[in-house]
Design a protein around this ligand. Structure first.
Ligand SMILES: Nc1ncnc2c1ncn2[C@@H]1O[C@H](COP(=O)(O)OP(=O)(O)OP(=O)(O)O)[C@@H](O)[C@H]1O
Ligand SMILES: [Mg+2]
Length: 220
């Protein structure tokens, strides 16, 4: 089973937006997808509850006393995580993942928080899956803004404290399409193509990476 975790302890950076859109995209490709909502706020659960029956089906992987109950035939597990996740909780949620996507918004505060978080992740590397593949996504970027350019530069050159480069996947613009889709339990890929052409294009590098072996840890 393929497992993809969306992680960043900073609140509101787009974890649920990425988790739901990734889950929906794989479901649209005919995959059996489960969406695990590890956030007590239950935003992904609410999104699934609002999802129309005629769209590609996604199962909810429920949390029971810190254990995920995952449908046996799941091919792709997408995990939405809560804000402010640290220490033991961070270790246990990260252990389940082959791939981590870290969304980031263009703000100096978010960048500093991300740096602290990456340090924590490296410190805990012994306890988690050491080969886990990590990548970043710039989210909710207002085009042609200095803060957007700065964030892209930051992510393009981002290295872990141990010196290894963190792949930067793509920039997702700030768009009401995400808000409208979220309200209806949909993904941007299920909204009118004419309105979402640009957003879909921005997603392609991330979806290509997630569909390739490059985002899966090697067995050796
Ligand atoms: N690219 C975007 N353009 C416009 N709005 C966005 C974008 N990404 C996310 N949003 C909106 O920003 C808000 C926060 O996003 P989201 O819920 O995905 O963040 P989160 O990291 O899951 O938050 P939390 O830490 O509270 O779980 C939501 O209302 C969402 O619809
Ligand atoms: Mg969320």
């Amino acid at each position: 089973m393929r497992s993809i975790l969306i992680l960043n302890p900073k609140g509101g950076c787009g974890k649920t937006t990425l988790a739901t859109n990734i889950a929906g995209w794989f479901a649209m490709q005919g995959k059996k997808v489960s969406l695990a909502d590890c956030d007590p706020q239950g935003s992904s659960t609410d999104w699934l509850a609002a999802r129309p029956d005629y769209l590609a089906k996604i199962e909810l992987a429920a949390m029971h006393s810190n254990e995920l109950e995952i449908n046996r035939d799941t091919e792709i597990l997408v995990i939405d995580s809560p804000a402010a996740i640290h220490d033991n909780k961070l270790v246990s949620i990260t252990r389940a993942a082959q791939t981590i996507i870290m969304p980031m918004m263009p703000s100096a505060i978010d960048v500093r928080a991300a740096e602290r978080f990456l340090r924590e992740l490296i410190e805990k590397r012994r306890e988690i899956n050491r080969k886990v593949k990590l990548a970043t996504v710039a989210n909710r970027v207002r085009e042609d803004t200095l803060s957007g350019v700065k964030l892209e530069y930051y992510l393009e050159t981002l290295k872990l404290p141990n010196g290894s480069k963190v792949p930067y996947m793509t920039m997702l613009r700030a768009s009401q399409n995400y808000v409208h889709a979220a309200e209806k339990g949909m993904t941007i890929f299920e909204l009118a193509p004419s309105k979402t052409v640009y957003d879909r294009e921005q997603w392609m590098p991330l979806l290509a990476w997630l569909s390739s072996a490059r985002s899966i840890p090697s067995i050796t």
